[in-house]
Design a protein around this ligand. Structure first.
Ligand SMILES: *Cc1c(COP(=O)(O)O)cnc(C)c1O
Length: 339
């Protein structure tokens, strides 16, 4: 995995933030050199998602209100902007769903050809969506890791741009804007606790990066506790931290975070531990209940996105967690019936 040694300039968060109501509002803290006209043509208004109060202390960040209905658009737009900057004509990605769809959308917008490798079991709805965006879809037998291996082979044989949301650090420099927005929406203050779902950790690590940026530039004086939520049946981070057994690994409703061996596991662990956070797991029944509870208040998310809410609900320390932001990452329409 690659990381980028980049710290935003000290004044990146100073003054009144002008600019478009999208993540490009934080252009001064984004490490892309692509021309302004190029990112303006690429942008679909990603970012700038609502922060809605759930009660006096708890806020829901509706990060599924995005061009392709998941938070992945934050990372994809930066990754595709980088591909444009480098003059790439073709990109290759692997994904079990939302990341591939999001990358395919921005590749279409940029006029860059996209090939996406997905596990054979990926839902027809997502494959159809990839094709609508003009991506060439390769279905690979075996696991999610086999799809990644096939993509890497293709990258090497065709010398394409590997638009990996896991390995390429630019993706995290897009997802970090989640933290900037939370800070700004809370009146330039960071909350005590942030709860995010974690599979490969692109939002968890992006949040860490973003809150660290706010700290080192002096925009904030501390970082929030980062709490990662995982599915009970696929919880490698919980197992690594020792906060939960990897109970009966198996299929889970939370398909978007069913990542058995995340390549950035060590970084994810460090992000949680250094912030004084925790990993909480939720079983499918709790996820179903959380999804229904949110829908009962007018908020429809996919099961993967309900994991963070379910986990927070079951967390004994949750009531004393102070001001808390819970990320809701994918829209309900993403889920295949009958979930
Ligand atoms: C991708 C995704 C996640 C998890 O993101 P990771 O980067 O794998 O941790 C959570 N929710 C939804 C809806 C997603 O698409």
């Amino acid at each position: 995995v690659l990381d980028l040694l980049y710290v935003p300039p000290d004044n990146a968060f100073a003054g009144d933030r002008g600019g478009p109501w999208s993540l490009w509002r934080y252009r001064a803290a984004l490490p892309v050199g692509v021309a302004e006209s190029a990112w303006q043509a690429l942008s679909l208004g990603e970012g700038g998602t609502p922060l809605v109060a759930d009660d006096a202390q708890v806020f829901l960040k509706l990060d599924f209100l995005m061009p392709t209905l998941s938070f992945k658009d934050r990372g994809s737009v930066l990754l595709v902007a980088t591909a444009l900057e480098l003059g790439a004509r073709r990109l290759v990605a692997d994904s079990s769903g939302n990341a591939g769809v999001s990358l395919a959308a921005y590749a279409a917008r940029a006029g860059i050809a996209a090939e996406v490798f997905v596990p054979a079991a990926t839902s027809e709805a997502k494959v159809a969506q990839l094709r609508r965006f003009g991506a060439e879809v390769w279905r690979v037998g075996g696991t999610r890791a086999d799809a990644a291996a096939a993509a890497i082979d293709r990258v090497e044989s065709t010398r394409s741009f590997y638009a990996s949301h896991v390995y390429n650090p630019m993706f995290h420099h897009g997802t970090k804007t989640f933290a900037y927005e939370v800070w700004e929406q809370l009146g330039r203050r960071v909350p005590d606790t942030v709860v995010v779902p974690a599979g490969n950790g692109t939002l968890l690590l992006g949040a860490r990066l973003g809150f660290d940026d706010l700290l080192v530039t002096g925009a904030a004086d501390r970082v929030p506790r980062l709490v990662a939520a995982q599915a009970e049946r696929c919880a490698p981070l919980a197992a690594a931290i020792g906060s939960g057994a990897y109970r009966s690994p198996g299929p889970t409703l939370a398909e978007g975070i069913a990542i058995a061996a995340p390549p950035r596991l060590q970084q994810m662990r460090d992000a949680v531990e250094r912030s004084g956070g925790a990993v909480i797991t939720a079983g499918d029944d709790a996820v179903r209940a959380a999804r229904a509870e949110l829908a009962g208040r007018g908020i429809d998310v996919e099961p993967t996105a309900a994991v963070a809410y379910a986990a927070w609900r079951s967390w004994p320390a949750g009531a004393a967690a102070g001001s808390t932001v819970i990320a809701l990452t994918g829209a309900g329409l993403k889920a295949a019936p009958p979930h």
